[in-house]
Write a protein that binds this ligand. Structure first.
Ligand code: SAH
Ligand code: SF4
Ligand code: F3S
Length: 432
């Protein structure tokens, strides 16, 4: 026994929250060690997401359940995007919560834990140069933030209200962090930001104004870095320089996230995405031409207010043309204080469900064809995780999950794998 108190932390939402959770653990490391057992925790934290309505409901049902089973005297803290968004209203819905700490305020976690009913949710708080302690949940892959906040004003999206304006983290801080992660054995670096390819537009102090393509190039030269991934890039900022760097730099993994949201130019305009259907198709075609091994993933929202059958047909048309290797699809969810929430032409849930099912069913067929075409092909896989029954899983450069027979020795290693049984969720193969 270390004599430290116990921390239970649950992470909802996106990769930024996963990294924020690592930062929280690092800040508290002197006093707390992580436990997976809620019942033995002295501190229970939920790192929340408010991008759609459902995770917000889930939060309140969960804190209610935690309150009933927690150890006597244990504290409960609500962190992250729903904390930013609801502030002290969290106490009104869940009076037993001890503190509320917004997504851009996690450097104050130690004070929050010590101060009764502490609330800090200022979205102008600047943590872009804060030196967080060092904690990483995986020795093989390291998340590295390159910016905080988001300057876009997509009309459906709550993120600018929860994470504030976009500020880039100075490149010297990023490069130091990458070097440290790589020297600790992480061959893969995963860069994070809401609009990564808009990197370098604004810093909080005076710093070298390099862009995202330059940053990728610098990171690829750091000793020990074998693979670079990033999320999320924005289709609007996919200029030729970026596509060129992506395609020609062998350290950059050949998997690109291109969040389409809608295939209809008029819906894209209502969403304030800043690009057209044609621009998106042009960028995707250019990317496939420059980089034939690329896989393209996307996010699509169906039933945005005013979406007609023709608009939805445009989304289906982009799906046919781009044949995304991975699809994350959602029914539009009205979020408080976003412009889309008060648009008068909201779509019924029945239509939304039908469109989502149509989109997902067609994508499943496309994906089955894609994975079948990978049978007998050989890919370099980076192994990261053990699976029950003597198996190990890892990812190809273009982000397909691959499973082979094997044990610990494979973890953190790259090996060539022949795909023998490709399935939608995982490609089964053999090391050659
Ligand atoms: N910065 C990223 C998005 C982060 S949010 C980008 O621009 O791509 C992740 C995804 O959640 C979005 O891409 C979008 O598809 C979805 N999303 C955001 N707000 C939503 C809403 N109000 N309803 C449904 N889905 C939403
Ligand atoms: Fe939200 Fe748009 Fe910013 Fe992405 S770019 S986080 S969808 S406002
Ligand atoms: Fe959710 Fe906040 Fe990420 S709203 S998707 S956790 S930026």
């Amino acid at each position: 026994m270390s004599g430290k108190k116990r921390l239970f932390i649950e992470t909802l939402g996106c990769a930024m929250n996963v990294r924020d959770t690592e930062h929280i653990i690092a800040e508290l490391e002197g006093d707390y060690e992580v436990t997976k057992e809620i019942k033995e925790a002295d501190l229970i934290l939920i790192n929340t997401c408010s991008v759609r309505e459902r995770p917000v409901h889930k939060l309140f049902s969960e804190v209610g359940a935690y309150e009933k089973i927690k150890k006597q005297g244990a504290k409960i803290g609500v962190c992250g995007c729903t904390a930013s968004h609801l502030g002290s209203d969290v106490f009104k819905r869940a009076p037993y919560v001890d503190f509320v700490l917004g997504a851009r305020n996690i450097s104050k976690i130690k004070t929050a834990v010590k101060t009764p009913k502490f609330v800090s949710v200022d979205i102008n708080h600047d943590e872009s140069e804060y030196a967080f302690g060092d904690f990483r949940s995986s020795p093989y892959k390291s998340f590295v933030n390159i910016m905080i906040g988001c300057d876009k004003k997509c009309t459906y999206c709550i993120v600018p209200q929860t994470r504030g304006d976009e500020i880039s983290i100075p490149s010297n801080i990023i490069l130091n962090e990458v070097a440290k992660a790589a020297s600790n054995g992480a061959k893969e670096i995963f860069l994070l930001g809401q609009n990564v390819n808009n990197y370098g537009k604004r810093f909080s102090g005076n710093h070298d104004k390099i862009d995202f393509s330059d940053l990728l190039n610098l990171i690829s030269k750091v000793d020990g870095v074998e693979r670079i991934r990033f999320t999320s890039p924005h289709p609007l900022h996919m200029d030729d320089k970026f596509l060129q760097e992506f395609s020609s730099n062998p350290k950059i993994c050949k998997s690109m996230h291109m969040p389409l949201q809608s295939g209809s130019t008029s819906i894209l305009k209502a969403m304030k995405r800043g690009y057209t259907k044609e621009w998106f198709l042009d960028r995707a075609a250019k990317l496939r031409e420059l980089c034939p091994s690329v896989s393209i993933s996307t996010d699509i929202i169906v039933a945005f207010p005013g979406e007609s059958d023709e608009d939805f047909a445009d989304t289906m048309d982009v799906l046919e043309k781009v044949r995304f290797e991975q699809l994350f699809s959602f029914k539009y969810s009205a979020r408080p204080l976003t412009p889309a929430a008060t648009m008068t032409n909201q779509i019924s849930d029945e239509v939304a469900s039908k469109r989502l099912a149509t989109l997902q069913a067609r994508h499943t067929v496309i994906l089955d064809e894609i994975v079948e075409s990978m049978r007998d092909m050989v890919f370099e896989v980076y192994f990261e995780e053990l699976r029950a029954g003597g198996y190990v899983v890892g990812r190809t450069s273009n982000n397909f999950l691959v499973q082979v027979k094997g044990s610990e020795e494979l973890l953190g290693k790259l090996a060539n794998v022949k795909i023998t049984d490709p399935k939608r969720m995982v490609l089964y193969g053999q090391i050659i």
